[in-house]
Design a protein around this ligand. Structure first.
Ligand SMILES: C[S@@+](CC[C@H](N)C(=O)[O-])C[C@H]1O[C@@H](n2cnc3c(N)ncnc32)[C@H](O)[C@@H]1O
Length: 268
């Protein structure tokens, strides 16, 4: 059974392998020892509710976004920071992630460029101080961000930040740097990874311990388990921790009303 835990800096990290840590990832990562994981695969919130247009701005009818699950934000995170604050927060998170990977480790950091007030917010800004090796373009099957001022964006970026000794598994470079993978439609989490995307990353990259600090419904854990890797998941929302646990344990995880309450004291 997968356990949901609070992170205690006095406990050995091995106690957290194949567990879900309920907490704020920046606080938790700061307590983890350096170079303790092989691979980090993650997708943070995209700050979507901080919107200059009709888009997902709170209080508007959300135009064509009206049926999007993410419209209400996450369970306990409103995804609405002033832009500079968002960039600083994400840089701080990537900096902690970078401290945690081994010399042959890598971070696959997924984010999405946005157009706000008519200008591109290039998420490359977040990762430019780190050893960026490649930007994989994830081409989704569609999008709902209609605006007559620019072409409909259908791609996201996966920034591959690598320490110098990182190498792909033999043959994996055949995937090229453009990945056409449909987004996930059957997961009740508002912004989940498609399992196929994480399967491709994990089957392409070596490393036993895989961390996802913005774990949501636990897709990275599910994929890690499939490929015989160990995972550490961190997630701020109690509901999503419960969803990830049920999913990893093979029980009914899509109906959030049926999820068991978590047994640990809430930390952070
Ligand atoms: C884009 S979603 C990740 C979804 C995940 N990849 C999946 O497949 O379900 C981002 C997640 O980050 C969580 N989150 C937001 N702020 C956080 C924080 N400070 N620490 C940990 N998790 C956080 C949100 O609750 C949300 O579940």
């Amino acid at each position: 059974m997968t356990e949901i835990k609070n992170f205690d800096e006095n406990l050995d990290l091995n106690n957290f392998l194949n567990s879900i840590i309920h907490g704020d990832c920046l606080e938790v990562m700061k307590k983890m020892p350096g170079k303790c994981v092989d691979l980090i695969i993650t997708s943070p919130p995209y700050n979507l509710l901080n919107s200059t247009g009709n888009g997902l701005k709170p209080g508007t009818n959300c135009g064509k976004w009206k049926n999007a699950a993410i419209k209400s934000g996450y369970q306990n995170y409103d995804d609405n920071m002033p832009y500079d604050e968002y960039v600083s927060w994400q840089k701080a998170c990537v900096s902690e992630m970078y401290r945690l990977i081994k010399d042959d480790g890598a971070i696959f950091y997924n984010n999405k460029n946005r157009v706000q007030a008519g200008l591109l917010q290039d998420r490359g800004e977040i990762v430019r101080d780190f050893p960026l090796r490649q930007v994989i373009i994830w081409k989704r099957s569609g999008a709902i961000n209609f605006n007559s001022g620019y072409f409909l964006p259908t791609t996201e970026q996966i920034y591959m930040i690598c320490n110098k000794d990182f190498k792909l598994i033999k043959g994996a470079n055949k995937y090229t740097d453009v990945w056409e993978i449909r987004q996930e439609f059957k997961n009740p989490h508002p912004a989940p990874f498609p399992e196929e995307l994480i399967d491709r990353i994990i089957s392409s990259a070596p490393g036993q311990i895989v961390l996802d600090p913005f774990a949501g419904s636990g897709t990275t854990g599910v994929s890690a388990k499939k490929f015989g890797r160990d995972f550490i998941l961190i997630e701020k929302s109690e509901e999503y921790c419960r969803m990830a646990k049920a999913r990893l344990d093979g029980s009914d995880w899509r109906d959030t009303k049926k999820l068991e309450p978590i047994q640990v004291e809430i930390g952070f």
